[in-house]
Write a protein that binds this ligand. Structure first.
Ligand code: 6PG
Length: 482
């Protein structure tokens, strides 16, 4: 009997996905470029399973049922194109190639089109959940050639995580690179959530002077509230983790964050599409600042930097901090969904926002109870433009606002960097302000560059230029917005 699906790449994600597929009754053919890894896998984690090994791409292709389904779990970028180049001559029309890595979505759009021209169906599927998710149920975000979806749907939905109501956290996202786009935004949100948690941690540690024991307990408690999520849960675990000497391990970890690029891509896309994705962008920059370790040490000495302890009732502060984190998180997701909406419209993807929240409800790194509320918000109003306008989220934002302001103001007063919580409140303040100072900005543009302006007392679309100094000409520059 031939295999149902082939998987290329036996690193941690590949191996665990294969084992998950095997558990669900699918026959998987496993291949790795360094073929000794195939034997290691078959004699190790895959021992006693129905998993078949392949020792060349031809061998892999020969061992698969038609239409062949081959999923690549390899490093994003040129390696994917190399494998595609080698596979295509071995495949038949209608066969399916799936990229389950963290591809940049324009690459998936290109691959869908290039492969379609050669009669091969391409799926770019975002897979989230790390090792444990891959093994027990990841969130999967497939996009690309829709005709291939019915072929892979039974496998993907069987191995995916399930919501508390039993729905699979895997459904068709949209054509071209839509699946990888949604995965990219997921990762951007992941960056934002992580940075928000880090800001709360620093406020507790350096502002309130709480011990690791106390912080461990607080995050555990927070996980019983609306903040219930995987990232809060693992943070509680991390803060409670002690090394061999009984010291908190996290204290000994160098404070320079790495990044593989998906957060940066999210920010770049937001700038390209004109979406104020301020919180996620700040979270990317926060990682950049953290990476300047030597510079920070120098600058800290230069400025004699200290953090002033936060005075007052610690329990009250912790509660305020929880509200600041929750409200900021709402803004982050609101901005993320604004980006998804814009990309969907610009690319004509017809994305379903409620379903996107459902895909992230379980299995992935940002999984949380909160995503269930987002799903409900879009179910009630599929055209919701600003998540904060949904009655539930509006209520939470309003409720948290006083504490949120207090925390951000205190952090600034005490010298605790809080880029994400501060940018979130600044966004809400700007977004809810009927009249911003952009009138002055337009005047400045018109003053130095004759860029023109619209007037409050005239209809929109009518543009005016003033000769501000009496020395300029009457010629206005053309009016256009990027
Ligand atoms: C997931 C994660 C994963 C990502 C890592 C690394 O959804 O399982 O997002 O896809 O590769 O989290 O991201 P950074 O190295 O950029 O932090």
């Amino acid at each position: 009997m031939k295999g149902d699906i082939g998987v290329i790449g036996l690193a941690v994600m590949g191996q665990n996905l294969i084992l998950n597929m095997n558990d669900r009754g699918f026959k998987v053919v496993a291949f790795n470029r360094t073929t000794s890894k195939v034997d290691d896998f078959l004699n190790g984690a895959a021992k006693g399973t129905n998993i078949i090994g392949a020792y060349s791409l031809q061998d892999l292709v020969d061992k698969l049922e038609k239409p062949r389904k081959i999923m690549m779990m390899v490093r994003a970028g040129s390696v994917v194109d190399e494998f595609i180049g080698q596979l295509v001559p071995l495949l038949d029309e209608g066969d399916i190639i799936i990229d389950g890595g963290n591809a940049n979505y324009p690459d998936s759009t290109r691959r869908t089109k290039e492969l379609a021209a050669q009669g091969i169906r391409f799926i770019g599927a975002g897979v989230s959940g790390g090792e444990e998710g891959a093994r027990n149920g990841p969130s999967i975000m497939p996009g690309g050639d829709e005709s291939a979806w019915p072929e892979i749907k039974p496998i993907f939905q069987a191995i995916a995580a399930k919501t508390p109501q039993g729905e699979p956290c895997c459904d068709w996202v949209g054509r071209d690179g839509a699946g990888h786009f949604v995965k990219m935004v997921h990762n951007g949100i992941e960056y934002g959530d992580m940075q928000l948690i880090c800001e709360a941690y620093q406020f507790m540690k350096d502002g309130l002077g709480l011990s690791y024991d106390e912080m461990h307990r607080i995050f555990k408690e927070w996980n019983q509230t609306e903040l219930d999520s995987y990232l809060i849960e693992i943070t509680a675990d991390i803060l409670g983790y002690q090394d061999e000497g009984g010291e908190p391990l996290v204290e000994k970890i160098l404070d320079t964050a790495g990044q593989k690029g998906t957060g940066k891509w999210t920010g770049i896309n937001a700038l390209d599409l004109g979406i104020p994705l301020t919180l996620i962008s700040e979270s990317v920059f926060a990682r950049c600042v953290s990476a300047f370790k030597e510079q920070r040490v120098e600058a800290g000495k230069l400025f004699g930097k200290t953090i002033t302890p936060v005075g007052g009732d610690k329990t009250e502060w912790v509660n305020a901090l929880r509200q600041a984190l929750l409200a900021s998180k709402i803004i982050s997701y609101a901005q993320g969904f604004m980006l998804i909406r814009e990309a969907s419209e610009v690319n004509d993807w017809a994305l379903n926002y409620g379903n996107t929240a459902l895909l992230w409800r379980e299995g992935c790194i940002i999984r949380s109870a909160f995503l269930g509320n987002i799903r409900d918000a879009y179910a009630a109003n599929p055209d919701l433009v600003f998540l904060g306008a949904d009655p539930y989220f509006k209520g939470v934002l309003e409720n948290c606002l006083p504490a949120w302001r207090k925390v951000v103001a205190k952090a600034i007063e005490c010298g605790i960097a809080m880029p994400c919580m501060a940018s979130a409140i600044t966004f809400l303040d700007g977004y809810t302000t009927e009249r911003l100072p952009a009138n002055l900005l337009q005047a400045q543009r018109d003053y130095f560059g004759a860029h023109t302006y619209e007037r409050t007392d005239k209809p929109r679309g009518e543009f005016f230029h003033t000769n501000w100094t009496g020395k300029g000409g009457d010629t206005a520059s053309t009016t256009y917005d990027i």
